[in-house]
Write a new protein. Structure first.
Lengths: 138, 138
DNA sequence: TTAATCCTTATAGTTAACTCTAGGTCAAGT
DNA sequence: ACTTGACCTAGAGTTAACTATAAGGATTAA
């Protein structure tokens, strides 16, 4: 079975070795085994687990909370409900983030149009009525 | 014309007064005027500008970069191109984030199904073939 | 006029998530 | 045997974005 050194794992996951060791120190990778001399040996499934960790991170989950999940995984079946609840909550959070991002996108697109028009006109003054001051809010 | 005190502005924007003063210190609100005694007076348009700042923040833009944008706004028409480019770049970034979030969502939904099934079965062992170890990657 | 409740600045502290350094171990190649 | 390079730990340093404190000034209501 193929294994990865920490630098190979880092490359595979687009992380630095510092980050991986930091995650280990934070208890995110209790499953990674060591050689007799202490060198970490990443299995294929460890890489997969770290991808799940990255997925959770990308939902905005802090490392401390991810550690809870990892602990629950070690505890086995008695924590199935917690883990299910956690992923359902993550789902809701990601849905909310998508909504938020959609609204953000609308504002950004409005601004793109705004500046396109101003650029064509050569000036922002086309938006001026009588007020003086910044146009940031327009 | 209605104005807001810093605490009113904070309430309106769902920020703390600390955060607003911090933004001011970082040069994000050069447009906010003061009373003769130094108290900040937020105009309606200032609230609007801060909403744009919040929008940029929600795209993941760091405060230093937002400050550049604010500076460009003060510089007027000569920076129209930069500002247009910036918003186009933000647009691309938000699009990428949406894509990323979609992929994240797929993994999360897979996990929801996984744990629903395990929960119904009462154990995670249904996913075991012959390997021993964590199921995190499954 | 005095107390409360704002506001101000300057500066220090906090938190999360890295990021790096120092000093040491270990295995492979010359 | 020795050097090289990748690994290790412990712990210090960094960065962004707040968050809070201290000391004091201004405005309002009784």
């Amino acid at each position: 079975m193929k294994t990865y050194s920490i630098s190979e794992a880092a490359k595979e996951l687009n992380l630095t070795v510092y980050t991986l060791r930091y995650y280990d120190k934070e208890g995110l990778m209790p499953f990674v085994e060591r050689t007799p001399s202490g060198t970490r040996l990443f299995k294929e499934s460890d890489i997969g687990a770290l991808k799940i960790i990255q997925c959770l991170k990308s939902t905005g989950m802090p490392i401390k909370d991810i550690k809870h999940f990892i602990d629950w995984c070690s505890d086995g079946d008695p924590t199935l409900q917690q883990r299910y609840d956690m992923f359902m909550e993550r789902k809701a959070s990601v849905e909310a983030q998508m909504e938020e991002l959609k609204k953000t996108m609308e504002v950004i697109e409005h601004k793109c149009r705004y500046y396109k028009t101003a650029l064509d006109a050569g000036t922002e003054d086309i938006y001026k009525s009588d007020k003086v001051g910044s146009f940031i809010a327009d």
